[in-house]
Design a binder for this molecule. Sequence first.
Ligand SMILES: *[C@@H]1O[C@H](CO)[C@@H](O)[C@H](O)[C@H]1NC(C)=O
Ligand SMILES: *[C@@H]1O[C@H](CO)[C@@H](O)[C@H](O)[C@H]1NC(C)=O
Ligand SMILES: *[C@@H]1O[C@H](CO)[C@@H](O)[C@H](O)[C@H]1NC(C)=O
Ligand SMILES: *[C@@H]1O[C@H](CO)[C@@H](O)[C@H](O)[C@H]1NC(C)=O
Ligand SMILES: *[C@@H]1O[C@H](CO)[C@@H](O)[C@H](O)[C@H]1NC(C)=O
Ligand SMILES: *[C@@H]1O[C@H](CO)[C@@H](O)[C@H](O)[C@H]1NC(C)=O
Ligand SMILES: *[C@@H]1O[C@H](CO)[C@@H](O)[C@H](O)[C@H]1NC(C)=O
Length: 295
Amino acid sequence: MLLRDQPEKMFQIVTMLLLEMQLCVVSALFTVEVPQQLYVAEYGNNVTMECRFPVNGSLNPGLLSVVWEQKRQGHLESRDVYALHNGKAHLSSQHRDYMGRAALLHSELKSGRAILQITSVKITDAGSYLCLIEYQGADYKYITLEVKASYKTINTEKRKWNEDKFAFVCQSEGFPLAEVFWQNEKNLNLSVSVNTTYTLTADGLYNVSSILTTNQNMNENYSCVFWNKERNENTSAYIYSLALMSTQYGRQKPLILFIVATCVIVLILPSALIILQKRKSFKNRCAKKEESYLK
Ligand SMILES: *[C@@H]1O[C@H](CO)[C@@H](O)[C@H](O)[C@H]1NC(C)=O
Ligand SMILES: *[C@@H]1O[C@H](CO)[C@@H](O)[C@H](O)[C@H]1NC(C)=O
Ligand SMILES: *[C@@H]1O[C@H](CO)[C@@H](O)[C@H](O)[C@H]1NC(C)=O
Ligand SMILES: *[C@@H]1O[C@H](CO)[C@@H](O)[C@H](O)[C@H]1NC(C)=O
Ligand SMILES: *[C@@H]1O[C@H](CO)[C@@H](O)[C@H](O)[C@H]1NC(C)=O
Ligand SMILES: *[C@@H]1O[C@H](CO)[C@@H](O)[C@H](O)[C@H]1NC(C)=O
Ligand SMILES: *[C@@H]1O[C@H](CO)[C@@H](O)[C@H](O)[C@H]1NC(C)=O
């Protein structure tokens, strides 16, 4: 595997050197521009990052080379994301993490846009991206990609801890690491009796579990809040001590309103119809009575 990869790496290094030599000569004529320097992508979504280069008239694909490389924070080696050499995709050296996920939007090249698309973004995709373009001259720029994952779904559970204690559990996955704090109805800070732990999933997400143990009044409702500090984002879930149900805080109110509205309609509509019906028959009867009186 390593031996097979070696010639590719050599080839890359040579190309880079050649490009750098050319840079000194023609850099003044050919410049790569980035319309956006920082991209923030949500885990699992797609992201497109763009570098622009000058195309005079119609594009000659045979003269175009585009290289996208990624460098992660704390890693020395950069990873090949996508390479186009003289108009042809050159994917044998592509890092396996990007296989089938990274592509250059070829239709945009003719307008001087080298757009890299990465699908189902992973946590490990975060880092600094180099886009190096050669087209009768060469230049490169760096773009930063940040990846975030919201603690979207909070799983809740209530279970017996031991003889006289109950445990409330909140568990969710996201990135970066969230702080968890608990509140009861009176908004008291309950973090003292809480044990929050986390593991890393294979996808690089934090799997955070928080357990609150209590022997207090079982009629108390609790909520856990996942505070994603870097995103300045809070997600919370309620645990109702009587009825075991978990609801997302933000979506709860509209849902309840919807249910109430539906109930109102379901209850009022038939009674309104019945009243209308009764009125009609009453009127009919009156009319009939009038008729009979007239007779
Ligand atoms: C990401 O891109 C792929 C392929 O272009 C597409 O099938 C998918 O629906 C996109 N996903 C999102 C979340 O936009
Ligand atoms: C663009 O191409 C035309 C001829 O096709 C040439 O005259 C002109 O100088 C070129 N401009 C640049 C900026 O390269
Ligand atoms: C309240 O919660 C914070 C963390 O959110 C904790 O540092 C602090 O000690 C708690 N205070 C009390 C009185 O429990
Ligand atoms: C918190 O939970 C972990 C794992 O369940 C356990 O190893 C640890 O001892 C607990 N810490 C406290 C203070 O209860
Ligand atoms: C997260 O951790 C919990 C236990 O704390 C486990 O049941 C669950 O399967 C884990 N989820 C993932 C995606 O690793
Ligand atoms: C807990 O919440 C439910 C639903 O909002 C409510 O009916 C119940 O009265 C609450 N319990 C306490 C002790 O506040
Ligand atoms: C999230 O909760 C923390 C702690 O209560 C608070 O300091 C922060 O302002 C909250 N952020 C948002 C966006 O609500």
